[in-house]
Design a binder for this molecule. Structure first.
Ligand SMILES: Cc1ncc(COP(=O)(O)O)c(C=O)c1O
Length: 453
């Protein structure tokens, strides 16, 4: 794999900032996904500012942005009405009170109105917290301990669930019986004992797991569309099957809609796909670029928090910055955002990319729904993490990423990440992206000749 940018001279300021950052910040960045080892070799690119669907880096390079902060910039960068609502709130009210505010009710009401399964909701700060509390609620509600989670999914970084995200298949057990592997050292091994790891899109495996452990299983947690191993869609009937089995065994079904919420539809993937979970975790799409998350669902489960049987805490939960961003963002999504147009542009890009890949004789395809997708360079269909680990060509993806970056198109360098469209993307953005992709794929064909397995 190449470990440089095609034109290093275009990234001189980023390179210098990285050297300075390394003195004070481990790895020079504040999250794993931004680190050099996560694909940003030879050094992370430093962002300067965003404007709508475009991003400008520290060297002044301009990109059409499909990274979108890994999802939160669903309205594009600096959406004027959200920026205005937040700054007005800060100026006129303040930021944090450790007291309830009326505005929190507005946000909760908007989320309840939007998401089919949500009867009551707590406002939080991050998806990680939402998942942590969802698991706790499920365990107390059922009086059971075990959590079923899927290889290849990511549900935040808390000890109880930061397992088997992208495990090394040599250590991860057989396809039939995957073994729980912690994300790394420091995650206590005992947490793994409460997890049952399964492959996604395999309903028979879930049926088997419940036959053996049904009385101990508190919940299944899943993304309704798998967005942390590139993009993988649920096969027809799969989510319905998870719903049916969890209901039959009295287990809680948790949808982690941190990526899909408010993006696949205002009502999340659950509205689009017609499957109703018991609990839903929401985050990235909720705040128009500001940090806000939520956990909501059935009233009888959420009520465990009412009198503190399950404590859902957080100094910053429901702070005025997050809540004012959420309220305006939800208003915009409900009243002004044109989801049909977002889908039209997303489909145009996805179909255009698929066509180009086929025309140029490259083994690959594009998978996604609406504004979330990934390009797979693979010679076989990918329906779960193990397929991706075995068939997805990281080396080809890297070339594709470099060639697109060089042509002013930005997305995450990781082949297991996603591309996102925002409501700020325009027809012109899509046309320019497709033109860039045509050239980038030509370059890929040339550069990959030596790599073809
Ligand atoms: C599906 C999913 N769940 C949970 C999380 C964790 O959210 P946060 O980064 O806000 O803690 C993420 C983050 O990318 C995610 O993609």
């Amino acid at each position: 794999m190449t470990e440089t940018y095609l034109h290093p001279e275009r990234y001189a300021k980023s390179a210098a900032l990285y050297q300075k950052a390394l003195e004070f910040i481990p790895g020079g960045v504040n999250s794993t996904a931004r680190a050099a080892f996560s694909g940003w070799q030879p050094h992370p690119i430093f962002a300067d500012h965003g404007a709508g669907s475009h991003l400008f880096d520290a060297d002044g390079n301009e990109y059409i942005d499909y990274l979108l902060g890994l999802g939160p910039a669903i309205l594009g960068h600096r959406p004027p009405s959200v920026t205005e609502a937040v700054s007005q709130r800060i100026h006129e009210n303040g930021t944090v009170f450790a007291m309830a505010t009326a505005l929190e009710i507005d946000l909760a009401q908007a989320v309840v109105a939007a998401i089919p399964s949500v009867e009551t909701v707590r406002i939080l700060n991050t998806g990680t917290e939402g998942v942590l509390y969802a698991l706790r609620l499920a365990r107390v509600f059922t009086g059971r301990k075990k959590v079923v989670r899927f290889e290849g999914q990511y549900h935040g970084f808390s000890d109880g669930i930061y397992w088997s995200k992208h495990p090394d298949l040599k250590q991860a057990g057989t396809d039939e019986h995957p073994i729980a592997l912690p994300q790394g050292p420091g995650v206590p091994a005992e947490f793994g004992e409460s997890l049952i790891i399964a492959q996604w899109n395999d309903l028979d495996a879930i049926e088997e797991i419940f036959k053996t452990h049904g009385d101990d299983i508190a919940c299944i947690i899943t993304e309704p569309i798998m967005c942390n191993t590139g993009c993988i869609l649920p096969e027809p009937g799969y989510l319905e099957g998870l719903r049916e089995i969890t209901t039959r065994y009295g287990a809680v079904l948790i949808f982690d809609e941190v990526i899909t919420g408010f993006r696949i539809a205002l009502g999340g993937a659950q509205a689009k796909l017609g499957v109703t979970p018991d609990l839903t975790v929401m985050a990235k799409g909720l705040g128009g670029g500001f940090p806000v998350a939520a956990l909501g669902g059935r009233r009888d489960i959420m009520d465990l928090a009412t009198h503190g049987k399950v404590s859902i805490a957080g100094t910053y939960s429901g702070n005025a910055i997050a809540v004012s961003a959420g309220v305006e963002s939800m208003r915009y999504l409900k009243e002004e955002a044109d989801y049909d147009e977002l889908y039209r542009l997303s489909d145009k890009l996805r179909e255009g990319l698929s066509k180009l890949i086929t025309e140029k004789g490259i083994q690959g395809y594009v998978v996604g729904l609406g504004p979330v997708y990934q390009v797979w360079f693979a010679d076989a269909p990918i329906r779960n993490y193990r397929d991706a680990a075995r068939h997805a060509r990281e080396d080809l993806f890297r070339i594709w990423w470099e060639e697109m970056l060089d042509r002013g198109i930005l997305f995450h360098p990781g082949h297991l990440e996603n591309l996102f469209l925002s409501f700020a993307h325009t027809e012109k953005d899509i046309d320019e992206t497709l033109a860039a992709a045509s050239d980038a794929l030509d370059a890929l064909v040339v550069r990959s000749r030596d790599l073809i397995r």
